[in-house]
Each structure stands twice: as structure tokens, then as C-alpha cells.
Design a protein around this ligand. Structure first.
Ligand code: NDP
Ligand code: GDR
Length: 344
């Protein structure tokens, strides 16, 4: 029976990975931060919060001493570092906090592994945001990095630290460069969930109009549940490495808006341009989407599309859920939640 530490168990990926590892017979130590109102809604929704092999550990990634103590106490076989200040928009407002959590936080865990037991396998949640400004299409493991946000820069530091500890201390540290992955458990601040939640509320008469920023940004969106399987495969491989996980399909935010409205049975037409663009319900003539410039970012990542060939060849990993299926799954979940008055 293997033991794993998952940092960030209250997040989307933490919840799905917890479910996956418990199903595989692991003992899981899932970390969460102390706050005045900790929220375990995701692992509750997956029905794993009371699993006998799940232990919840209070832990803050920015504390080196706590990192060493936790690794010493748990003596895990594997550590999955999913905790981060993960919202790109907020990283422009809080660059220093983001650097501490998202960048130095990973280093703290690597140091803990080096000092306590260098045989522990380490997964670092790296991101397509490290590619940032387009240098190649599609982006693969050898594409040059050009991050466009304090979040992307902090993640790049953590990525290179993982590579450096692999090369310097022979630590099994793998870095998964994951492109956007979504699900009904996605936080509502991220654009796909914001859209599906807003569309569901509009359908149910609980909201008049959705407000978004840049509709032209293109993203390679996959299904989170499939991506956590890829994380696990990376730590079962013979050698540590860097892997891209992506679908190799890219769509605009506008395309996702259309898809979500369609999924809720509403047909919309886009009118106007740039900051004056709107979407109108073609049956009622009501404006159901407008642009709010406050959702634009100081620097934008315009186009992401990933090449997952290495993961396919070396890990046997490939995504199967289409964007249409994913979007419909999210719309249905948000229709159900909003009908029941759920606040998540
Ligand atoms: P979420 O934002 O849903 O979850 C982030 C988790 O990190 C939460 O559990 C959060 O806790 C925790 N956390 C934040 N700060 C700290 C801290 N100081 N100490 C301990 N824990 C902390 O992210 P996702 O699940 O979507 O993503 C998982 C990881 O993968 C992140 O590192 C993200 O940057 C990365 N990633 C995500 C992608 C995606 O498309 N989802 C793509 C590529 C990379 P709390 O609930 O208390 O805030
Ligand atoms: P991203 O995801 O920045 O790619 O980071 P997000 O969903 O926040 O934005 C995607 C694109 O949509 C545009 N956008 C908006 N975004 C938000 N959040 N809200 C809006 O109203 C809005 N309008 C337009 C954005 O400008 C952007 O271009 C996610 C996170 O999960 C990261 O942690 C992860 O590393 C990357 O995906 C891969």
C-alpha cells in the first residue's frame, strides 16, 4: 500500500486526485490551509471526505519548517504538489504572495524531500502559462518559455527548481506542464465555470447578463479528471521527466460561451466589437453577455494549444472527453446546483 501527500486537496485537481489515489488503494494525506471557514465541498461532492484512508493535514506551503515536519512524519512514497495561488488575474494584484506560495512553496517541498528522504517521488503542477507569449504552435516540452504574468513567472521558478533537484540530487521530480483543464469542480472565478454558472443562472431567470473580459483568448481545454490520471502516471514511470498534458485543440472564450448557451438550450448572436461586443438571446432579444474591461489582464496569453505526444508515447496517456461533452457536463451540474440554490 503506497502513501501519498497531496497539497491543495480543497482545490479542483486535489479533489479528483484524492479520489483516484484512494480508488487505487493509497493512503492519502491531503493538505489544506487553516482559515476561519475551511471548505471541503469538492471532496464532499465526490463522496470521499470520510474515506478511512484519507487523512486531512493542516499545512501552509510557505512554511519550510512545516514542510520538513510533515514529510518527516508522513514518510510518503509520493508527493503531488498541487497547492498554489493559481488565479492568473489575482497574481497581478498580489505578485509577491504568488511568488511565495506558487514559487518558493515548491522549493520548500523539494528541500524537505532532499533533507528527509531523497527517494520520495515528487510531482510539480506546472502550467501552459509558462509558455505565455506564443513562441511555437503547438507548444511542446521543448518550446521556449515566455511567461506573461507573475503567476507564470512563479510557476517557471518552481518548474526549473524541480528540474534542478532532479539533476543535482537525483530526486525523482517530474513536472507536468498541464494545459487548462476544467470540470464541474472548477472554481467559479475561472472563465469556463464562470460562463457555465452564469448561463445556468440566466436560464433559470436568476441573472440577466454575464460580464466577461477578453473573448478572443484561445485555450486548449481538457477534462480535469483525465489530467490527474496523467499526474499519477508520471510518478509511476521508470524515469522522471517533463510532460505536456493537453488536447491539441484550441478554441476562443467566445466559442465556449456559444457552446455553453447552446448546452442550456439558448441560441445567442454576437454583436458589436471589442469593448462594445455583446451577445443577445435570439429568441427574446435580451442582452445576455457584455464586456467589462475590469476582466482584461495587464498582459494576456493569446493562444495556447499543446502537443501531448510525449505523454502519449511514454505514459500511454491520452484525453478522450471532447470540449462539447465537458461543457455540457459543466452546464448540467450548474443548472442542478442553481436550481437547488447551492452556493458553490
Ligand atoms: P485550485 O485553485 O482549485 O486549488 C489550489 C489549491 O492550493 C487549493 O486547495 C488552495 O487552498 C491551495 N493553496 C493555496 N495557497 C496555499 C498555501 N499557501 N498553502 C497550502 N495550500 C494552498 O487549483 P487547481 O486544482 O485548478 O490546480 C491545481 C494546481 O495545478 C495548481 O498549482 C495550479 O496552479 C496548477 N495548474 C492548474 C491548471 C488548471 O487548468 N486547473 C493547469 C495547469 C496548472 P484554498 O482552498 O485554501 O485556497
Ligand atoms: P487561465 O484561466 O488564465 O488560462 O489560467 P482563466 O479561466 O482565468 O482565463 C482563461 C482566459 O479567459 C479570459 N477571460 C476571463 N477569465 C476570467 N477568469 N474571467 C473573465 O471574466 C474572463 N473573460 C475573459 C482570460 O483573460 C484568459 O485569457 C488557468 C488557471 O487554472 C491556471 O492556474 C492554470 O495554470 C492555467 O489555466 C493553465
Amino acid at each position: 500500500m503506497k502513501t501519498a501527500i497531496i497539497t491543495g486537496i480543497t482545490g479542483q485537481d486535489g479533489a479528483y486526485l484524492t479520489e483516484l489515489l484512494l480508488n487505487k488503494g493509497y493512503v492519502v494525506y491531503g493538505t489544506y490551509r487553516r482559515t476561519s471557514s475551511v471548505n471541503f465541498w469538492r471532496i464532499e461532492e465526490l463522496g470521499v471526505q470520510n474515506h478511512p484512508n484519507l487523512h486531512l493535514v493542516e499545512y501552509d506551503l510557505t512554511d519550510l519548517g512545516a514542510s520538513i515536519a510533515m514529510v518527516q512524519k508522513v514518510q510518503p512514497d509520493e508527493i503531488y504538489n498541487l497547492a498554489a495561488q493559481s488565479f492568473v488575474g489575482v497574481s497581478f494584484e498580489q505578485p509577491s504572495t504568488t511568488a511565495q506560495i506558487t514559487g518558493i512553496g515548491a522549493l520548500n517541498l523539494l528541500e524537505a524531500i532532499r533533507l528527509v528522504n531523497p527517494k520520495i517521488r515528487f510531482y510539480q503542477a506546472s502550467t501552459s502559462e509558462m509558455f505565455g507569449k506564443v513562441q511555437a504552435i503547438p507548444q511542446a516540452e521543448d518550446t521556449p518559455f515566455y511567461p506573461r504574468s507573475p503567476y507564470g513567472v512563479a510557476k517557471l521558478y518552481a518548474h526549473w527548481m524541480t528540474v534542478n533537484y532532479r539533476e543535482s540530487y537525483d530526486i525523482f521530480g517530474s513536472s507536468g506542464i498541464l494545459f487548462n483543464h476544467e470540470s464541474p469542480l472548477r472554481g467559479r472565478e475561472f472563465v469556463t465555470r464562470k460562463i457555465t454558472d452564469g448561463v445556468a443562472k440566466i436560464q433559470l431567470g436568476q441573472l440577466d447578463c454575464l460580464e466577461l473580459g477578453n473573448l478572443d483568448a484561445k485555450r486548449d481545454w481538457g477534462y480535469a479528471k483525465e489530467y490527474v490520471e496523467g499526474m499519477w502516471r508520471m510518478l509511476q514511470a521508470d524515469e522522471p521527466d517533463t510532460f505536456v498534458l493537453a488536447t491539441n485543440r484550441t478554441e476562443t472564450v467566445r466559442d465556449f460561451v456559444l457552446m455553453a448557451f447552446k448546452g442550456a438550450g439558448i441560441t445567442v448572436d454576437f454583436r458589436g466589437q471589442a469593448e462594445n461586443e455583446t451577445a443577445v438571446d435570439s429568441a427574446t432579444g435580451k442582452t445576455v453577455l457584455r464586456i467589462n474591461p475590469k476582466f482584461y489582464r495587464p498582459a494576456e496569453v493569446e493562444l495556447l494549444i499543446g502537443n501531448p505526444e510525449r505523454a502519449k508515447a511514454k505514459l500511454g496517456w491520452k484525453p478522450t472527453t471532447t470540449l462539447e461533452q465537458l461543457c455540457q457536463m459543466m452546464v448540467d451540474a450548474d443548472l442542478r446546483r442553481n436550481e437547488q440554490g447551492s452556493s458553490f
